[in-house]
Design a protein around this ligand. Structure first.
Ligand code: NDP
Length: 450
């Protein structure tokens, strides 16, 4: 199937989740494919995102599990925690997955180029080594990077990229932002013994999530001892003589901490990629504008994943990569459906949701019925832990169709994945209720909501 007039049928820039999927699937269809990666195969998710973060979440959760174990009859001696052991084991796992991604690419005949690539024309790429190559299609899958507010002393702060490489758990950490990364790392560092302060420019955490669920996370987090400062605009960081950081912000006293972490969103990595040389248009956030087939304004250049800023989630980047490869190399055209994407925040406790929130549903369909279950999980009861779980179902008031399910509590993301199938299938509350509860579980509350 190779077009002899180009060096490659497909040249992928960026070996993260989306780029790797597209490259290996196109390779499996018989295309001549190369992928350039300036850092490590695996991208944000594998190297410095979802995977190592989730492993830290597991590691941090032992703090509660070990405390609770005593209530379940275990004689747990005083334990201490070793950050270096956890992180070095996490890095080993990251190396293993990095190896697996590399093998998958190679076994599908994809040539891996460990260097930076830049576009020099609609079909042209220049590699850092100076080599110039051509490709029928170019796929840009370079992802996003943390965006850091420009304030004096911002260089003293870290981002989630560096959080994994801290030499020790900071005694006091200030996290700027109140989104996914902020709440996940707040939970991790708090469980591991740090005093955590979150500051946010508004008075809301996790904007976009269902109001009731995120309020519950806020309430639980405050009860656990996390400090929140709202309506706080970052003004600057000053490094003091003793090495501590003094953080100034609007509407609040300065905070003295040992570490500052920015979790204030992520921006597409479109700078210095040569996109302008091929007439690739960007939106006002710097993301590559693409159509439903992930095609940019240049017909031979496509983009998937966070660089397009559609939905910054790994499974979406993977789907976009798969759809691109199936459509243009497998003769099986299809498009990604962005409706009812399940998402989770791996906070302590975690929360998850799919479909419309209550306010979104009211705006969209007008008449809405809401069912909830507010309960104390059995395990928490015996452990003497007051934390309550909350499940919420948002239905169309006229038809009974379940439009959204949102939850916070132990294992919420694990439970929500199954619920998302039913929401995607468009089932009604009646159909959910006809399903017999599986007792005793937390998930049974899904079919018992009042
Ligand atoms: P989010 O968009 O989730 O949150 C950003 C936070 O920073 C918000 O609270 C926002 O406030 C605040 N903020 C934004 N800009 C500024 C600024 N200039 N000054 C001060 N505060 C600011 O971004 P994250 O960085 O947490 O995560 C990036 C993306 O990565 C997420 O959107 C998500 O798609 C993905 N991700 C997914 C995870 C998962 O699936 N579990 C885990 C981690 C990341 P405001 O509300 O006012 O805008």
């Amino acid at each position: 199937m190779s077009d002899q007039s180009f060096d490659y049928d497909l040249f992928v820039i960026g070996a993260g989740s989306g780029g790797t999927r597209a490259a290996r699937v196109a390779g499996a269809y018989g295309a001549k494919v190369a992928i350039a990666e300036e850092y490590r195969v695996g991208g944000t998710c594998v190297i410095r995102g979802c995977v190592p973060k989730k492993l830290l979440v597991y590691g941090a959760h032992f703090a509660e599990d070990l405390a609770d174990a005593r209530r379940f009859g275990w004689n747990v001696p005083e334990c201490d925690f070793d950050w270096k052991t956890l992180t070095s084991n996490v890095f080993e796992e990251v190396d293993r997955i990095n190896g697996a991604y590399t093998n998958t690419l190679q076994s599908n005949g994809v040539e891996i180029l460990h260097e930076r690539a830049e576009i020099t024309g609609p079909h042209d790429i220049r590699l850092a080594s100076g080599r110039q190559v051509t490709a029928r299609y170019i796929l840009v899958a370079v992802g996003a990077r943390p965006s850091i507010p420009t304030c004096p002393g911002h260089e003293h702060g870290i981002t989630s990229n560096e959080a994994f490489h801290l030499p020790a758990v900071p005694k006091r950490i200030l996290i700027a932002g109140a989104g996914y990364i902020a709440n996940e790392f707040a939970g991790i560092f708090h469980q591991l013994g740090a005093h955590v302060t979150l500051i946010n420019r508004t008075d809301q955490i996790l904007r976009g999530y269902d109001e009731t669920i995120r309020d519950r996370l806020l309430q639980i987090s405050i009860t656990k001892g996390l400090e929140f400062r709202f309506n706080a605009e970052f003004q600057g960081i000053e490094k003091l003589e003793d090495g501590c950081l003094k953080v100034s912000m609007s509407n609040h006293e300065p905070a003295i901490v040992d570490c500052v972490m920015f979790a204030t969103g992520r921006e597409p990595k479109t700078q210095n990629l040569g996109l302008e040389s091929a007439g690739v248009e960007l939106d006002d956030k710097g993301a590559i504008k693409v159509d439903e087939d992930s095609r940019s304004s240049c017909p031979s250049i496509f983009a998937v994943g966070d660089v397009t800023n559609r939905v910054q989630l790994t499974p979406i980047a993977i789907r976009e990569g798969q759809a691109f490869a199936d459509t243009f190399f497998g003769n099986k055209p299809w498009r990604v459906d962005y409706e009812n994407i399940p998402a989770a925040v791996f906070s302590h406790p975690p929360m998850a949701g799919v479909g419309l929130t209550e306010s979104q549903a009211k705006q969209k369909v007008g008449s809405v019925k809401v069912y909830t279950s507010d309960f104390r999980p059995m395990k928490n009861v015996l452990a003497g832990r007051n934390e309550r779980a909350l499940y919420k179902m948002v239905c169309n008031g006229m038809t009974g169709q379940v439009l959204g399910v949102h939850m916070i509590g132990p294992d919420a993301p694990e439970i929500l994945q199954a619920a998302a199938v039913a929401v995607k299938a468009g089932l009604t509350k009646d159909a959910w209720d006809q399903t017999v509860a599986l007792h005793p579980t937390m998930a049974e509350e899904l079919v018992l909501m009042k």
